[in-house]
Write a protein that binds this ligand. Structure first.
Ligand SMILES: NC(=O)C1=CN([C@@H]2O[C@H](COP(=O)(O)OP(=O)(O)OC[C@H]3O[C@@H](n4cnc5c(N)ncnc54)[C@H](OP(=O)(O)O)[C@@H]3O)[C@@H](O)[C@H]2O)[C@H](O)CC1
Ligand SMILES: [K+]
Length: 569
């Protein structure tokens, strides 16, 4: 079952289409509230848990009151406070009938405060996707009470992620005393832009309906929600498949379908050969990390094309004893255009390249990258003209035809530094570009803040303009295809925000390319497995701090094996 990411307007259209297909708004609200109650019931014991539901004027508040009813029926002690909502509406009446105590919030904020002080769970059902202006007045006061109480309660280290069933496979850590559970989206988050109202209370768990709303996955909203659980509200699959969405979430089920098949009769040639080109005296480790990940991806043979002094440093490292080596010409540890001569003979033997990890930013290294990509025939430095002897320039050999290639790190910076248009000179749909926001900003000639504010649209637009797959890294990494399709990673793991994890991702995608995946699919699967490895490590250590990139590379094997289990759920 595919899960899509929606804009607010697309979500409304989806609901309309579901309603027209016979799945009414009332039924959707019933299922939404029931899903919220199920998730809570799964994580907390009914008898000992006091729940406060804060219900606003619209359908979000309606969902909250349906949840209140189901929770009361399950034995939870439930109190609901209504803000701008009549006490006599159907949801309130039904909730009251099951034993939910209901009060108007406006008239007695002291009572609300006392209830929250005693509560284990606050359900935020004040506003959902209907938010249309800044929060002020009583609503701001209510949220402030929750926020103050939340601050007094223990916080926990838990990496954000979007999960796709109501039973998250990963431990969701329950804070010591007070948890905030948001219905659909925390009140104050703009579901299109990801802007956050200052009054917004961060949610420990958000239960979102049908699919994430795009704003939830963008900055700064992404930092206000820990686990986001996608709940099914019964919208028929056919309606979903026929309705527009802005992106697709990479679910385990999707990732599992992308895993390359392994022939029992396979040998190292069958599983693909990867050549990693990078490394410099200042960054000897980066190509090694890429190679470790390529090894763990299941590719058959990994070669490191690096300066000899980098090879000397890396060759004894545990995993890298499994690699072969290609010494490339360099000057003082930085690759130079002469390397093309060596590579021209070697490259035809490889199924994929990874270009960039640890290259450095020397001018001659950039010239090497341009020449390798066929952007500009390198012209050897002129011998200094003596007397009347004519200066001459020696053109280097033609750039070899490259197999599918990951362009990462300083190879991206080399592209950004190229003074003409590079995109039209590259064969289309043949490369995976893996920029972090800073590299993306340089490639596009914009500020990093612009990249972050427009992550999805920018990646989509550039992938189409460049006709290559673009992986825009960061929380909820975006993968954009040349044909306009966009996928989003469900992981926002801070584990992966440490030095070297980008090299791991590049090597992993390279390994998947070598096994025959198309660039967009190699990128989607690579991003998913990388995020899953990070998440598994965070669970293992019970913290997302202090995890090394080498460990992420090593855990890719665990991620691949875990994928088979998770995908079956
Ligand atoms: N996704 C689905 O299929 C389903 C979603 N459901 C839930 O519905 C909400 C969206 O419900 P909606 O009624 O459209 O909107 P809200 O409940 O978020 O907001 C209600 C009204 O609140 C007012 N508003 C907006 N911003 C503010 C503000 N800053 N301060 C005060 N009041 C505000 C606004 O009305 P006005 O007339 O005052 O402008 C909103 O209309 C979705 O999030 C889901 O939870 C369905 O229940 C199930 C199907
Ligand atoms: K909400």
């Amino acid at each position: 079952m595919a899960i899509y990411v929606y804009t607010t307007e697309q979500m409304r259209a989806l609901e309309r289409a579901a309603d027209a297909a016979g799945h009414s708004y009332a039924e959707m609200m019933e299922e939404a509230g029931a899903a919220v109650a199920r998730v809570i019931h799964m994580l907390w014991p009914a008898e000992e848990t006091r729940v406060v539901v804060l219900a606003g004027p619209g359908n979000n508040g309606g969902d909250g009151l349906v949840a209140a009813r189901f929770l009361a029926q399950a034995g939870f002690s439930v109190t609901a406070f209504l803000w701008k909502r009549p006490e006599q509406d159907q949801q309130a009446e039904q909730a009251r009938a099951t034993g939910v105590a209901i009060f108007p919030a406006e008239e007695d904020l002291h009572r609300l405060q006392r209830a929250i002080e005693r509560a284990h769970i606050v359900i935020d059902a004040l506003l959902g996707t209907g938010l249309n202006r800044p929060i002020e007045g009583t609503l701001a006061d209510i949220l402030k009470i929750v926020q103050e109480e939340q601050k007094r309660s223990r916080q926990f280290d838990d990496a954000p992620l979007v999960w796709f069933t109501e039973d998250p496979s990963f431990s969701i850590k329950i804070p010591h005393r007070l948890s905030v559970v948001a219905v659909d989206i925390p009140t104050g988050i703009n579901s299109d832009t990801g802007a956050v109202d200052p009054a917004t209370v961060p949610a420990d768990i958000t239960i979102t309906f049908a699919g994430p709303k795009v704003g939830q996955l963008l900055s700064p909203a992404a930092t206000m929600q820990k686990a986001i659980i996608v709940a099914d509200i019964g919208i028929p699959e056919a309606v979903k498949e026929a309705s527009p969405a802005i992106a697709e979430l990479v679910t385990p089920a999707l990732a599992a379908t992308l895993l390359p098949e392994r022939s029992l009769l396979g040998h190292k040639g069958t599983f693909g050969r990867v050549l990693i080109i990078g490394g410099s005296v200042n960054y000897p480790g980066a190509p090694g990390l890429a190679a470790m990940a390529a090894l763990r991806s299941g590719a058959g043979l990994i070669t490191l094309g690096v300066p000899d002094l980098v090879a000397m440093a890396l060759a004894p490292k545990q995993d890298l004893t499994n690699c072969t080596w290609l010494m490339l010409p360099h000057d003082l540890g930085a690759l130079k255009p002469d390397a093309i001569k060596v590579l021209a003979d070697e490259i035809p033997a490889y199924d994929a390249l990874v270009l960039g990890p640890g290259l450095g930013q020397e001018e001659m290294t950039f010239a090497f990258v341009w020449a390798l990509l066929g952007l500009r025939a390198h012209v050897a430095p002129r011998p200094s003209g003596i007397g009347f002897i004519k200066e001459h320039a020696t053109p280097e050999p033609e750039a070899p035809t490259l197999p599918p290639t990951v362009i990462d790190a300083d190879a991206l910076n080399a592209l950004a530094a190229f003074d003409e248009e590079w995109a039209p000179r590259l064969p289309p749909n043949h490369f995976v570009l893996t920029p972090h926001p800073g590299e993306m900003a340089r490639l596009c000639g914009v500020e990093p803040s612009y990249v972050q504010a427009n992550r999805l649209q920018l990646a989509q637009q550039k992938a189409q303009e460049w006709q290559q797959t673009v992986v825009l890294k960061g929380a909820y990494t975006i993968i954009a295809a040349p044909d306009g399709h966009v996928s989003v990673s469900p992981f926002a793991t801070p584990v992966l925000a440490t030095a070297g994890t980008g090299d791991v991702l590049a090597g992993l995608i390279g390994g998947l390319l070598a096994q025959g995946l198309a660039p967009y699919d190699a990128a989607r699967l690579g991003v998913f497995l990388h995020g899953l490895a990070g998440r598994l490590l965070a669970d293992e250590y019970e913290t997302d701090r202090g995890v090394l990139a080498t460990e992420v590379a090593q855990w890719l094997t665990h991620a691949i094996s875990a994928l088979a289990n998770i995908a079956g759920e």
